[in-house]
Each structure stands twice: as structure tokens, then as C-alpha cells.
Design a protein around this ligand. Structure first.
Ligand code: NAP
Length: 276
């Protein structure tokens, strides 16, 4: 177990993700026969989403940089009779993303669902000018999303169906102190989602969903390099309950299992204890 906060508020099971994620979602419709690609599936929201989609019957291709973590997710899904494949991928690497989508198609067929979830949040005050962190966030959170869309969209257009789920953030609606550039990347994701809905849904049959969570108990906070920002965040959540990754996975499952004529475009969700 990993506890990001004293008192275990940010606790999740790092060693048996499948058993932890299982049971967090209620399957309302079957995804049998569907193929899904989930990026950032080695931990947190992506991992819970991969498990939820697999439980609903989808063949799931999980992608992230940490191959060992992905293999553990795949092993858990297979253990329960699901179909899954791990493809170690850096979404900032354009060629690697195209190879991921090709590999998924070769193994299971063209993707019906793409969950653009991979993201990083190395927040810090703007005045400290951590330019490398700013640019890395753009590379992963924005360019990574565009790479995946570019790779997966042609087959969706050809088949006149598909569902692209972008994991944005509540921060995509308003910045927070220390999170200016992170929020900017999530504003971009929200804009890309809205534009794609405009261009692709009615005309080409492709559904688009932008998921906008508030605080979720994942590893994201662990990677905040600036101690002031990281500790301030932890301090604010000391006595509150964040959402679990499975809560967000359930929202994603809801969107992708909606009837084909229904386009769930945005889901804004925050912990009850998060005021803004
Ligand atoms: N936690 C929250 O409070 C919160 C709130 C709103 C939105 N979100 C968003 O939710 C998404 C998932 O984050 P999380 O909270 O679940 O955090 P997390 O547990 O840290 O997961 C992030 C995932 O992204 C992957 N990733 C990072 N850089 C990557 C890259 N270059 N290429 C491929 N994969 C990469 C990580 O895997 P590897 O390290 O193995 O590559 C990991 O699987 C992110 O887009 C985040 O912005 C989170």
C-alpha cells in the first residue's frame, strides 16, 4: 500500500490493482466485442478504467511507460477471463503512439474506444519558471493526446464509429495556484474535446467525452517536484476524502456504455469535500 498523506487519505493498492479496482464499477451495458486503448494505464485512473472496461467485456490495450506495471494490470484482467495487452509507450513519442495503435489493431482489431488518460502534473509557482516542467506537461498532456487522436482517428472515420474519451480536469475550467501551466494543458484538452465533438460527432458518428475530475487519490501528487506546492496540496487534503480512481473509471464506463445515439460530452466531478 502507498499512503501519500499521513492518515492514509491518499491510499491505493499498488500491488494488486485488479482486486482493488474490481467492484468499484457497476456495469450497465456490455462492451463485448469492443476494443479499447487506455493510455496512462499503469496506475491511478487509467488502471482502474482499463479494469472497468475489461470487466464490461472490452479487449483492452494498456499503454504507459512502465511496462512492468502494465503487465501486472494485464495479468489481473486475464486472471478474471478478460482480454488485454500491454504496450509500453511514451505518448510524447509520436512514432511510438502510432506503433501502439497498429499493435492494438493487429492483436484485437481497430480501436472502438480511445481513453486519453496519460498525464503529468509537476506543478510549481509560475514565478519559479520551471520551463522544462512546463514544456513536458505540454508534451504529455497536450501533444500526447494529439498523437493518440491522430493515430486512432482514421480507422474510426473509416468505420463511422468510435468513442474518444479525454481525461481533462476540473483544472481545465479554472487554474489553481501553482497549477497554471497544468491547467492550461487541461483547458487545451477541453477545447480539443469540444472542437472534436463539433466536427466529428454528427458528421462522422464519433462520440467525444471530456472527463473533468477534481481531486483523485492517485500517484499524481507524488510527482510534484516543488515541495511548497506538494506539501500545500497534502495539507489541504489532510482531513478530507478525495475521489478514488474507480469513481472516475465508473464515469468513463457510464459514458462509453451510453446508447449509441447518446453523446456524453462532459463529466465534471469533484469530491464532496472539494469546495472549488
Ligand atoms: N489525480 C487527480 O486528482 C486528477 C484530477 C484531474 C485529472 N487528473 C488526470 O487524470 C489522468 C491520470 O492521472 P492519475 O491521477 O491517475 O495519476 P497517475 O496515477 O500518476 O497516472 C498517470 C499515468 O500517466 C502515465 N504517463 C505519464 N507520463 C506518460 C507518458 N509520457 N507516456 C505514457 N504514459 C504516461 C503514467 O504511467 P508511466 O509513468 O508508467 O508512464 C500513469 O499511468 C491525468 O491526465 C491527470 O491529469 C487527475
Amino acid at each position: 500500500m502507498t499512503a501519500l498523506l499521513p492518515g492514509g487519505v491518499f491510499q491505493y493498492n499498488a500491488f494488486d490493482p485488479y482486486s482493488h479496482a474490481k467492484g468499484g464499477c457497476t456495469v450497465s451495458a456490455s462492451l463485448a466485442g469492443s476494443v479499447a486503448i487506455v493510455t496512462g494505464a499503469s496506475s491511478g485512473i487509467g488502471r482502474a478504467t482499463a479494469v472497468a472496461l475489461a470487466e464490461a467485456g472490452a479487449a483492452v490495450v494498456v499503454a504507459a511507460r512502465r511496462g512492468g506495471r502494465l503487465e501486472a494490470v494485464v495479468a489481473g484482467i486475464r486472471r478474471e477471463g478478460g482480454r488485454a495487452l500491454a504496450v509500453a509507450t511514451d505518448v510524447a513519442d509520436r512514432e511510438a503512439v502510432f506503433a501502439l495503435v497498429e499493435r492494438a489493431a493487429a492483436e484485437f482489431g481497430p480501436a472502438d474506444i480511445l481513453v486519453n488518460n496519460a498525464g503529468i502534473m509537476p506543478t510549481s509557482p509560475v514565478r519559479e519558471i520551471h520551463l522544462d516542467d512546463w514544456l513536458r506537461m505540454v508534451d504529455v498532456n497536450v501533444k500526447g493526446v494529439l498523437h493518440c487522436i491522430a493515430a486512432a482517428l482514421p480507422a474510426m472515420l473509416e468505420r463511422r464509429r468510435g468513442h474518444i474519451v479525454n481525461v481533462g480536469s476540473l483544472a481545465g475550467r479554472r487554474p489553481f495556484p501553482g497549477g497554471t501551466v497544468y491547467a492550461a494543458t487541461k483547458f487545451a484538452v477541453r477545447c480539443i474535446s469540444a472542437g472534436m465533438q463539433l466536427e466529428l460527432s454528427a458528421a462522422h458518428g464519433i462520440r467525444i467525452t471530456d472527463i473533468q475530475p477534481g481531486v483523485v487519490a492517485t500517484e499524481l501528487v507524488e510527482h510534484i517536484p516543488d515541495p511548497e506546492t506538494r506539501e500545500g496540496f497534502i495539507e489541504r487534503w489532510q482531513d478530507k476524502k478525495p475521489m478514488d480512481p474507480e469513481d472516475v473509471a465508473a464515469a468513463i464506463l457510464y459514458a462509453v456504455t451510453a446508447p449509441a445515439h447518446v453523446n456524453i460530452n462532459e463529466i465534471l466531478m469533484r469530491p464532496r469535500d472539494q469546495p472549488t
